[in-house]
Design a protein. Sequence first.
Length: 586
Amino acid sequence: MNEEMFRVLFVNLATGKGRVELIPGRSSGIGGSGLAALLFASYGDPVRPWDDPDQPFILAVGPLTGLFPLMSKTVSAFKSPYHNQYTESHAGGRSALAIRFSGYDALVLQGRAATLSCLNIGARHLELKETGFMAGMHALAAGKVMRRMFKGNSGHRSMLRIGQSGEIGSAMACINVDTYRHFGRLGGGAVLGNKNIKGIVIQGDSNYPLPENKEYPKLFKKVYGMVTDTDMLRKYHNLGTPANLESLNELQSLPWRNLQQTADPQISGITGERFADDTLLRNGACSGCPVGCIHIGYVRERFEAKDNRYLYRQVAYDYEPIFAVGSMLGVTKAFDVLRILDVLEKVCLDAMSAGVALAWATEAAERGFLSLKETLVPLKFGDTESYITAAKHLGTGANEFYRLLGLGTLVAADSYGGSDFACVLGQEMAGYATGEVFFAAQSLGFRHSHLDTGGYSYDQKHKEKEVDKAVSFLMEDEPGRCLLTSMVSCLFARSVYSEDLLAECLKVTGYPELASNLNPLGEKIRRHRWQLRFATGFSPEEITLPKRFYKVSTWKGPIDTVYLDELKREYGRRIKALATGTEEGR
Ligand code: SF4
């Protein structure tokens, strides 16, 4: 272990050759988000477009991956097909541990393979295998083929793959990771598709020695106890994030039917309890996580129309996908939600983006902006069968309309009208109609994710409307999250991994320097990420909020439009000041 250097595998997809380099910067970049930003700054081009073959696709893990519980995420970083700017997307599964057990801190994919291929890497090998026969194959089938093709090390091996949506360049295309996890948002699947990469197998085939000191096992035991003894983590294991559906509905904060409502009595069909009672088969977990928040239900389908034999397939569910293809589409039966998710898994579309896009399309069709010529099936809120077909159309780009919609709801609305009711906050909204602070926070957040800051939680606790206080909360909340995503901690463990505890963990695992200098790094990394984002074209002033968000009613009453505009203006101003260094952003 070298405290200052990152060990990075660079793969040139055009030649099929790789090289391992030691890259300095641990003391300023840590790993994960910080390392990805360092690598993009050196190997990415801020000006050239996302689909230029030389733009890198980066996967990065952290110094504690494999050593402490819930250090289970991998950060992917790339120029996004959605907005052509620098971004990150995070996923778990076995990916982080597989990268660590292959001996790397990061992988950097450069160039484009000559034909559709799968990349197979490990500690001592690199293989780029032509897999033209996998063109048009859905992501679940691709996983099966890859498991057969790249045998060995199944306990540590991680498999990333894309479906049809990634091959056609949809900006909503995700990357499936080990079947139940995803690099979901902002189009990572299209970045791999553009590089002619159908799948990546990371073998995790070397040893990773544990620290040989007495403090490490003691501290591990302490952290393990803290992680498994918290109520919050118990909640994530039991009902999981879907427990929030009912509470947000009660708070009038759950988007329904393209955000035309924020509560509905039909919630009873899609609560966390309903999913657990009727559909849950088992829990799963990312490698190195004792919590096991992944909830896996099932769908069944007939082999043949007249056949009485059924095929059962496992489908993972969480709060966000249930909101996106459940309440947002007016689909109120748990099994129907899973059936739509099953299709999205196959075409490998981000469920949140796709659900919100289809909700807009439904309202656009109802209001006469779209006809059957565009939608190909009659879209109606609550009509599961139509949504199953429409999801396939969206994932495969069945016609010009679906291809445009796959580039973003606002892109389609530009051509067909209806931008006023597009539920887009920088990207298709997350499932929190909690109020003004969240709307401003998601629309301008670094990943346009509800996890960039705790805006959704601020809304639920604060009735007062003080712009400075709310924006200060958002600004002060972000560096701690950057620190955690640089460590690649699952953000569900944010109440456990305080800065002091992270420093203790680093000290006993061979990073004493980093441990003693942690404090400013969350802020530094946050600033670096924003600098890259601005350098690649981000402009807060150009992000507009569709009118639909000004018409929402939550538990606090109707949205205060003046407050929302002021929040957005001030938050944008402070992010820009932070990135450009023109004045103190905090
Ligand atoms: S809590 Fe869930 S998402 Fe987080 S690491 Fe564990 S299984 Fe993965």
